[in-house]
Design a protein. Structure first.
Length: 238
């Protein structure tokens, strides 16, 4: 009797685990399909600026959901880069060689300078213009000074198609500030690039800020105070 009960319980447990694994696999397949659609809209040159930003942010959200499901984005033998199971043992925190390799491809490390208690690092905007950004997790958006916006207008990398109108911001002291909003087609740090980032244009000679419209789309970022560097882990999109 006990043997029969044990076998029945074991069988039920195995069936439940198999069903759970199948459901997780089906969910991951749906995430991959949604990621592919968002990625296509994000990268399509014809996608309007605001829609492109929304598609990229949606894609990066699906990237995080896939990572949480133990899927990795990286090179696939004989095919373009894509999402595949990472392997390893996530429950015990033991990553596979593939997971380690793919995570390394997604990371960019950049040395920073300390200026008045803040971290300042270089980034390339829209492929041609280099600026030094303060890393500011309290800023809602990336911010660029007026002279950087004008430089990109002159070289043709910031156009009317990138304009998103005006927006009013509330500052820490409670006062309001009206700023122009634009779409930055790319921000490159080290070897990694993020496309279609919302940014505000601040007055001339103000500081460029790397705010949440960039930071929230990352998988993670961390500061190394020994090496004076910041490590950014981008979502699967390279």
């Amino acid at each position: 009797m006990r043997s029969t009960l044990f076998l029945a319980t074991l069988s039920a447990t195995l069936l439940w685990e198999a069903a759970a694994a199948q459901a997780q696999s089906q969910e991951a397949a749906q995430f991959v399909a949604q990621w592919q659609r968002s990625n296509a809209a994000c990268r399509a040159p014809a996608t309007p600026a605001l829609e492109a930003i929304a598609a990229c942010e949606q894609r990066d959200t699906y990237s995080k959901l896939l990572s949480a499901s133990n899927y990795c984005y990286g090179p696939v033998e004989g095919a373009p880069a894509g999402w595949t199971p990472c392997g390893g043992d996530p429950a015990s925190g033991t990553p596979s060689a593939k997971a380690l390799r793919d995570a390394a491809l997604a990371r960019a490390t950049e040395r920073f300078q300390r200026m008045g208690g803040v971290f300042v690092l270089p980034a390339t905007v829209n492929g041609t213009s280099t600026a030094y950004f303060i890393v500011d997790s309290g800023a809602a958006n990336v911010q660029i000074p007026e002279e950087l916006a004008e430089e990109m207008k002159r070289n043709g990398t910031l156009t009317e198609a990138d304009s998103l109108g005006q927006r009013r911001f509330t500052l820490a002291d409670g006062s309001g500030l009206q700023q122009r909003i634009v779409r930055l087609r790319s921000i490159r740090i080290g070897e990694r690039t993020m496309e279609n980032v919302m940014a505000s244009v601040s007055p001339a000679r103000s500081r460029a800020l790397l705010g949440q419209s960039f930071l929230r789309r990352l998988s993670s970022w961390k500061i190394d105070n020994v090496r004076n560097s910041i490590e950014f882990e981008f979502t699967g999109s390279f």
